[in-house]
Design a protein around this ligand. Structure first.
Ligand code: GDP
Ligand code: MG
Length: 200
């Protein structure tokens, strides 16, 4: 498959909708050159949220380990260092968070979509992620604050973490007929090999 055909799932989470950032977030993906090929608004159920996060069998381990590493860097003591126990607690909070209101789910297509969308979105914790990313620019939530208030980190958007994860998530969120194959005029300048036809 040509890199320009790569697709990724992005979900604007309930806090993104409540912060009236839908347009701003979509604008970031549009401006870099990605093509929107599917989009819908819905209120996910808690069961659906669990399905979504557990599609990747490694997610529980990786997410728990990421949290332990962040705690070590800050000298923070966690109630447990078992990644699976940590993720079980996070998942409970995530289900409440994502099922709390409408979300906007989208599929974006373009060169290296998974990797570049993650770069635009930024790291999991808004507090420590780079300025210039969506999570770094529009919110300042932290692990410490979210954990002490017993809730999920509010970081505005979800984006698939790998191509494999993207394919599974897209199949979970969208039926094939909801995805639209179409030509976007700007793709010529992004991807065409020959730039003939510009001069009159
Ligand atoms: P992402 O891929 O950057 O969204 O991060 P993960 O897939 O690891 O985690 C999914 C979501 O769970 C994150 O976007 C956060 O909303 C939330 N989350 C992850 N780790 C923690 C944590 O340690 N504490 C809290 N409160 N929320 C977390
Ligand atoms: Mg993830």
């Amino acid at each position: 498959m040509h890199p320009k055909k790569e697709r990724t799932l992005v979900v604007i989470k309930p806090d993104g909708i409540q912060r009236t950032l839908i347009g701003e977030i979509i604008g970031r993906f549009e401006k870099i050159g990605f093509k929107l090929v599917a989009m819908k608004m819905l209120v996910p159920t808690e069961e659906f949220v669990e399905q979504h996060y557990t599609l990747d069998p490694e997610w529980r381990r990786v997410t728990g380990e990421k949290r332990v590493k962040a705690a070590k860097e800050k000298g923070e003591v966690l109630p447990t260092e078992d990644p699976y126990e940590i993720t079980a607690i996070i998942l409970q909070k995530l289900k409440k968070y994502l099922a709390s209101g409408p979300v906007v789910a989208m599929i974006w297509e373009g060169a290296h979509a998974v990797e570049i969308v993650r770069k635009l979105v930024g790291g999991t914790e808004p507090r420590s992620t780079d300025v210039g990313s969506i999570r770094g620019d529009y919110v300042m939530d932290s692990y410490i604050m979210a954990d002490s208030d017993d809730r999920a980190i509010r970081n505005l958007v979800h984006a698939s973490g790998s191509v494999e994860e993207a394919n599974k998530e897209i199949a979970l969120w969208f039926r094939p007929e909801e995805v639209i194959n179409y030509r976007l005029v700007q793709e010529e300048i992004l991807y065409d090999v020959n730039l003939d036809g510009i001069l009159e």
